[in-house]
Design a protein around this ligand. Structure first.
Ligand code: NAI
Ligand SMILES: O=C(O)C1=N[C@H](C(=O)O)C[C@H](O)C1
Length: 238
């Protein structure tokens, strides 16, 4: 496949490696201040663009890629206030867009375990639930996109929780998410259930960025011949 990269930072470099190992060609690399490249023949020749940039630039990049009729796979976090707009572009204008707050297989298995545990815990109100995430000090958004996905899955299943909050919860109906920033940590997410008697903790701890990058390239391969808004549930079928 011919792949364009939008955002050539930590993830862009990791994705380039995995994509080349899987036999793909990188036809165009667009980083900050490269906007004219969206109009280039190289970009327009791409079968798909993989976008990992910043919360502030993601939506503009999607629009630019769609205008060139290039499908987009994006892992950028912190832009979800525009989600409905992007879904509408897919539905009304037949664009292809694959989004995941976390592309790693391990995290998507962890999401399934989180959903199952939340279903059980809905019947046990003695347990309070909270989330913690730890990432490298360069991360621009908090809480992480992955923590928000975990929180939304919990809110959909635990009736006693109504909304998530970053930092301290002030009511039992709030689901607390604590975000820590330390050194070069690739990403740790923990869901904690605590009663007066005990504590149950489930954790996903990324050892590096390879899992995110492989998932993004698999998603790019999956977009071929497909239209609409796609997610890891479409790719992994669980
Ligand atoms: N969904 C997932 O599995 C994962 C998501 N992420 C998310 O991906 C995003 C990027 O992460 P990293 O690569 O670690 O960040 P990074 O800061 O290392 O790289 C971002 C790159 O985007 C570039 N950029 C900034 N504005 C741009 C623009 N307007 N157009 C094109 N490029 C632009 C920057 O110059 C930089 O090279 C973050 O939002 C992060 O949370 C990160 C890892 C996994
Ligand atoms: O910024 C990162 O590094 C990561 N961002 C994603 C998120 O916000 O959940 C995924 C992963 O945790 C790494």
């Amino acid at each position: 496949m011919k792949i364009a990269l939008i955002g050539y930072g930590k993830m862009g470099h990791e994705i380039e490696k995995v994509a080349r190992e899987r036999g793909h060609e990188i036809v165009c690399i667009i980083d900050i201040n490269d906007e004219e490249k969206f109009d280039s023949a190289e970009f327009k020749s791409a079968d798909v663009a993989i976008e990992f940039s910043s919360p502030q630039s993601a939506l503009r990049n999607y629009r630019k890629a769609f205008a060139a009729d290039v499908p987009v796979v994006s892992g950028t976090t912190g832009w979800l206030q525009h989600l409905n707009e992007v879904k509408q572009l897919c539905e009304k204008e037949g664009k292809t867009f694959f989004y995941a707050s976390n592309f790693s297989l391990g995290v998507n298995i962890f999401f399934a375990v989180n959903r199952y545990l939340a279903e059980i815990m809905n019947r046990f109100p003695d347990y309070d639930v909270r989330l913690e995430e730890t990432h490298h000090i360069h991360k621009l958004d908090a809480p992480s996109g992955t923590a928000i996905s975990l929180a939304e899955d919990i809110l959909a299943r635990i009736d006693r929780k109504e909304t998530w909050v970053l930092n301290e919860a002030h009511s039992p109906h709030e689901l607390e998410i604590k975000a820590f920033r330390e050194d070069e940590v690739p990403g740790i997410h923990t869901v904690i259930y605590e009663s007066e008697a005990d504590m149950i903790r489930i954790t996903h701890d990324a050892k590096n960025r390879k899992g995110f990058a492989l998932g993004a390239v698999l998603a790019a391969e999956f977009t071929q011949g497909k239209k609409g808004f796609l997610t890891m549930e479409d790719l992994l079928k669980f």
